[in-house]
Structures are given as C-alpha cells and as structure tokens.
Design a protein around this ligand. Sequence first.
Ligand code: PMP
Length: 356
Amino acid sequence: MRELLRKNIAELKPYSCARNDFTGEAEVYLDANENWQDFVGKVDANRYPDPLSVQVRKAIEEKLGLPFANTLLGNGSDELIDNLLRCFCNPGKDSILLMPPTYGAYRVFADINDVLVEQVPLTPDFAIDFPSLEAFLFQEKASRKSGGRLKLLFICSPNNPSGNAFSLDQIERVCSLFDGLTVVDEAYYDFSNKPSAVSLLDRFPNLVVLRTLSKCWALASARVGIAIASEEIIAVFRSMKYPYNIGSPSQKLALKALKEADAVLQGLAQIKEERTRLGTELAKLSCVKHVFPSDANFFLVRVTDANALYHYLADRGIIVRNRSKEMHCQSCLRITVGSRTENDKLLAALAAYEEC
Ligand code: PMP
C-alpha cells in the first residue's frame, strides 16, 4: 500500500487538534477556543466533536460487525471517495478505473482532483466484462512509465444506476487481477442478499469497502459514511481528513439510529416488500419495456420514451431520475422504491400516461 500513496501524504505530519491532544474527561475545557455558552441545547453544538467518532464506531462494530480498528467515518461516503483520490492519485499523472454505468460522483471527484479516468464498461446486462478488464489491466501495467499509473479501481455493488450486486467471486477476481487499490462501494449493501466484500479484507490488504448510513439507516442528512480497510490504510485516512469531519449532531443521530437497529431492520423488510410489489406492477405497464432486477432500493426501468415520461411525471409532482444518457441505459429511468403511498401515486400516474 505504501508504494501506492502520494509522496506528500506518506510524509505528511498531521494536524493535531485540541481533541487529539487530550482525550480523557475533564471539568474545564479551555483548550479549543470554543464558546462556553450553548444556545441550542441537546447536541453539544458549542463544543468541537470527537475527531475519531469513537462512540459511533463502537456502535457500528456492535450493530454492523465492522471492526472498530478498521473503520473511519466520513462526511458521507462522498468524502471518503474524495479522500481516496487525494491520498493515492497524483494530480495530472495517476488514473482511476471506472466501469460505467456507475455512480457519477467518482468521475466528478476525479475531475476536481485532476485525476485521469479510464473506463472498462460493464456489459449491456451490467456484468463485469472480465476479458476486457483483464486486457486493459495487462496493457496498463505493461505501459507504465515513471510519470503515473492506475491507482484505484471502483466497483459499485449494488451498482448505481443498474441496481445489481456483484458476487463475491467476481469481486475477489478483480482484487486478484489488480495491483492497485480496489474500492468496493457498498452504499446499497443492506438491500442486497449478496455477501459483503468486507470478508475479503483479510486476504486483500489493498481493498477498501465503503458503506453509508444514508440509505438503509435513513440518515442521508446526517452525512455519515464508513470506510472499512486495513489498519494501515485507516491510519493514512486519519492523518489527512478534516480534523472535525463529523459534527456532534450527526454523531448523536448516528448513535440514535444504531440504537434503533430493530426498527431499521423492520423498515428494511418493508422496503424489500415494496420493491417486490413495485417491480411486479411496473412490469405490467405497457410504457415499461424492462425492469432490471434490483439488489438496491431503486429500479432501473427501460421505458418507451424516458424523456417524455420524465417530464410527464415531473409535471405531476413525481420526480424520478432520467438516466437515459448513461452507458447502456438508453431510455431508462431510475426510480427509488418509496413508501406504499408514494409508489401507488407513481403507478397511478404511469397508468394514466398509458391511457393518454
Ligand atoms: N455511493 C453510491 C453508489 C451512491 O449512490 C451514493 C449516493 N447516492 C453515495 C455513494 C454517497 O452517499 P453518501 O455520501 O450519502 O454516504
């Protein structure tokens, strides 16, 4: 892993904030230039938060089985994606590999960091194209110059926007093929029945798995993402992240949600039930050509005319995501599985569209 790091990150002397210098309990805190007055209450808003989110990570270990020593929290998993680019990719020199169609932010964050993007598209039925991937990786390795190289490979599983998860065998195969860092983004993992790539961490030290509390745990606004990786990689992340990247209100919300794990699991069962119903009902409509199977909380749906349908639904106050410009997603909408009422509204609007 060390040889993949940017030199400036490997040599970084991290900033040490007040809450790093003293970690015990004290009566009087005059070390961080905070305001002793709390005008808001309940969330310790006047005090800087725990930089290492210790309580939340302990709860994450307890409830999600992700070992405390191997986790680091980000301001959403988006921050963690950006941190990976900043740690490993030399701007203007190194590259990352994407398998489109996939989560659009990987490319945007790469562009922001001036990191090149290579692509090996998924097959039209959204499987990993192993012959092309192997050929690409072989050629990239052979043609490396001292200037830069492929550093990161992103696998999104379940994949946004196609909704399918990749098997552990396939992810393992990618980890074996690639001599850089493989990143498996499991933002939608909870909705899938496929096993997590976390079980591969022991055998593949150059693997990073990302999770989030934004989806199944219903905390999109709290911005809590989780990186799971070797202690060595976690130490690098810790050295370069913003000192107070997760505010106390968000840490408290995360703790509260993790305490409500039973309710969250019930909610997850409801979403899965609605996913089955919505998928079945969508497939019956004549404006729907194909509903791609989903391991996530959304469907990719091929329709007769995605642009027309998108505007038709928007005019009726129903917003879906038009993905028709993405690779292999011609005339496709991405539709989140909502509440039963929301899904009924969507289905009624689509049925009315068919009649006009
Ligand atoms: N990964 C994927 C695949 C996503 O779809 C999203 C958000 N839609 C994220 C990561 C970012 O999630 P967050 O920053 O809320 O954790």
